[in-house]
Design a protein around this ligand. Sequence first.
Ligand SMILES: NC(=O)c1ccc[n+]([C@@H]2O[C@H](COP(=O)([O-])OP(=O)(O)OC[C@H]3O[C@@H](n4cnc5c(N)ncnc54)[C@H](OP(=O)(O)O)[C@@H]3O)[C@@H](O)[C@H]2O)c1
Length: 281
Amino acid sequence: MTDQQQKPIVIIGATGKTGRRVASGLAARNIPLRAAARSTTPAFDWTQPDQWDQVLAGAGSAYITYHPDLALPQAEEAIRQLVDCARRQQVNHLVLLSGRGEEGAQRAEQVIIDSGLSWNVVRASWFMQNFSESFMAEGIMNGELILPAGDVREPFTDADDIAAVAIAALTRPELRNRVFEVTGPELLTFADCVAEISRQSGRPVRYTQVPLADWLQALQQQGASRDLLWLLNELFSNVLDGRNASTAQGVRDALGRDATSFADYVSRTLAAEIWPQACHA
Ligand SMILES: NC(=O)c1ccc[n+]([C@@H]2O[C@H](COP(=O)([O-])OP(=O)(O)OC[C@H]3O[C@@H](n4cnc5c(N)ncnc54)[C@H](OP(=O)(O)O)[C@@H]3O)[C@@H](O)[C@H]2O)c1
């Protein structure tokens, strides 16, 4: 093992959907890691750049998940500052989680690609886990998912696949300096996904489409932040316009296997009881 490999890998967003999977995958292989989030010691907060040197000091590489979303206008400058910090701390290799078809995210990717450090971009489509570990989970558990998306088809991707690709990018030097475009193996509408969850759980869950403006107004009344409202408008009016309605080969390129299907994700999620009671009526 080289000296670089023995230095810890910093996981920024280590308690998040992909970060915790990357952290547990590295730990299972006894690869040294340093989990970073606002609750860790040292703490990492995207709004507190003066903390970052301490988090990156002595690390060999970093997995970077920006919060809340790399598409936000402020993300590019934050990534630029993080790259400067990585250079100062002689962190050699950066793996950035990015979003497919998002213009803001692609500007942030370019900062990493042009950094002069070694890099990977894991450019993912919509996560399947948005249905179970994020803002769509409540609707699924309540029996009705309400969203402003129509017939657009998306190659939803499994966060376990994203984490496996990120781990490969972090640990296999021959994969460096490449973009891995990670999607699931099939194109599905939101209604298709809800129907599959309903079918496998044996419980009625329905999908209801509403106008974007009405949906955003309701969220605003419930206290959603400006950043979140901007992001949801961007996702549902631009990113979900059909531009991502194709599959990509990132899982096969990095791992030499097929991407996980939505049906497999649903059966695993039901078995793990991540949708409690409601989906086991
Ligand atoms: N969801 C999707 O469908 C999708 C698709 C493509 C790309 N992406 C990209 O995925 C990224 C998010 O990754 P993820 O889904 O794995 O994470 P996540 O589940 O959104 O978790 C967010 C992580 O960031 C931390 N965090 C929250 N606020 C923070 C702050 N102010 N400063 C520092 N850390 C903070 C959280 O930990 P603490 O709260 O403990 O600090 C947590 O570890 C975004 O950049 C997005 O662009 C998402």
